[in-house]
Design a protein around this ligand. Structure first.
Ligand SMILES: Nc1nc2c(ncn2[C@@H]2O[C@H](COP(=O)(O)OP(=O)(O)OP(=O)(O)O)[C@@H](O)[C@H]2O)c(=O)[nH]1
Ligand SMILES: [Mg+2]
Length: 222
């Protein structure tokens, strides 16, 4: 009787907690996004937007009312990317942040043109690095079936490439390519982490998808 009462009590008083992993190249805007998520859902939190490169990780528990999101922001510098896989098996969704001002026009077909002599000197920024890193996440077995949200960040900047190009030129080709691996729920959305535009839409998408996927990856009860 005691155990039944205890489990009923816990069921009534606890909430689901999902772990969300923010990934992307260094300087993409992950820490800025984390700050905006915290201030969007906790009016007492003042977003600190003067970020410095993350060495290690930042983690925050965000109370959405219906559930908690535990958001992990890990450093994107090359030397830190080897640590990402330690988070894969316990995350419920991956948010991949892209700096839309640093991927040329986001057409992966142009990567080779760039390398060929006389290829026209197309400036593709960090597009190739971005593609390789996204592929490495998707081809890891531990991320199989995990919902993926790609955020085309820095949409406030004049020289940014639009979200549709990032979707068609980069993300769709990676997901449908041979390294895209298993079928998964995915979406590409625009974001300005600096101004906060698109933050709530991103969180709402993630929240709905982790719930849909909860049989495959059950939440932790908190
Ligand atoms: N214009 C503009 N700048 C942004 C935006 N988001 C981030 N930045 C700037 O981009 C730079 C890097 O932002 P961070 O949030 O520190 O990037 P990060 O992805 O956490 O970088 P690492 O910790 O090195 O992996 C900072 O100067 C931010 O102010 C945005 O939406 N628009
Ligand atoms: Mg950071």
């Amino acid at each position: 009787m005691y155990h039944l009462a205890k489990s009923l009590y816990l069921h009534a008083t606890s909430k689901e907690e999902y772990s969300i992993l923010l990934l992307g190249l260094d300087n993409a805007g992950k820490t800025t996004l984390l700050e905006q998520i915290k201030s969007s859902y906790n009016p007492e939190h003042n977003a600190r937007l003067n970020t410095v490169p993350t060495v290690g990780q930042n983690v925050s528990l965000v109370d959405l009312g219906e559930c908690y999101l535990k958001v992990w922001d890990v450093g994107g510098q090359h030397t830190l990317r080897g640590l990402w896989q330690n988070y894969y098996s316990s995350c419920h969704a991956i948010v991949f942040v892209i700096d839309s001002t640093d991927v040329g026009d986001a057409d992966v077909e142009k990567i080779n043109e760039h390398d060929t002599p006389g290829g026209g000197g197309v400036d593709v920024g960090r597009l190739e690095e971005c593609k390789i890193v996204l592929e490495s996440i998707l081809e890891d077995q531990q991320t199989e079936g995990v919902p993926l949200l790609v955020l085309a960040n820095k949409q406030d900047a004049e020289d940014c490439v639009e979200v549709v190009r990032i979707k068609e030129g980069l993300v769709r080709r990676v997901i449908e390519g041979e390294k895209g691996a298993s079928v998964r729920d995915s979406r590409v959305l625009p974001l300005s982490a600096l101004t906060g535009t698109g933050v709530r839409e991103a969180v709402e998408w993630v929240c709905s998808r982790v719930k849909w996927n909860k049989e495959a990856r059950p939440p932790v009860m908190r």
